[in-house]
Design a protein around this ligand. Structure first.
Ligand SMILES: Cc1cc2nc3c(=O)[nH]c(=O)nc-3n(C[C@H](O)[C@H](O)[C@H](O)COP(=O)(O)O)c2cc1C
Length: 135
């Protein structure tokens, strides 16, 4: 649907008609999109509250930060950056590109305590020392 934007528009329109005042967000795979300007126009038209973007860079184990930068330039809809956030530096890169938040999937599936490392690196302290040694 990210390449067939008319179809996406019609789907969002139907959902919006059913849920006129609900907070609606969208998750997209950034690299699939051809026309970011049109995508953003549709999302704004239907008052989408956030864009959660998997900024995967195919063939690499890092995100394509340019995708986040481009979306931030095009819209005021808050952007949640995603893909390959593994260190606090990765978090900062996405936030510097204008993301309002980041999301993390695989490391947390493998080990939920992964989040403690990020929190420690962010705040400069370990929040739960008894569990931290097992990470
Ligand atoms: C087991 C698994 C299930 C996933 N299920 C979904 C899903 O249902 N919907 C979705 O939008 N993304 C799904 N994803 C993609 C993740 O949300 C995320 O975009 C992707 O793994 C990249 O982020 P990461 O590097 O933090 O893992 C899934 C990923 C994994 C590993």
């Amino acid at each position: 649907m990210l390449v067939k934007l008319k179809k996406l528009k019609s789907l969002i329109e139907s959902i919006r008609r059913i849920l006129p005042s609900f907070t609606l967000g969208i998750k997209i795979r950034g690299h699939i999109v051809n026309d970011y300007t049109m995508l953003v126009k549709i999302l704004e038209e239907y008052s989408i509250s956030y864009i959660h973007v998997d900024a995967m860079l195919p063939g690499h184990k890092r995100a394509n930060i340019e995708i986040i930068r481009k979306l931030v330039e095009l819209t005021n809809i808050p952007i949640i950056g995603n893909n390959s956030v593994r260190t606090i530096n990765d978090v900062h890169k996405m936030l510097r590109a204008g993301a309002r938040a980041v999301s993390i999937a695989r490391p947390l599936i493998q080990n939920p305590k992964f989040i403690q490392r990020l929190v420690r690196d962010y705040s400069g302290r370990i929040t739960d020392e008894s569990n931290y040694s097992t990470i």
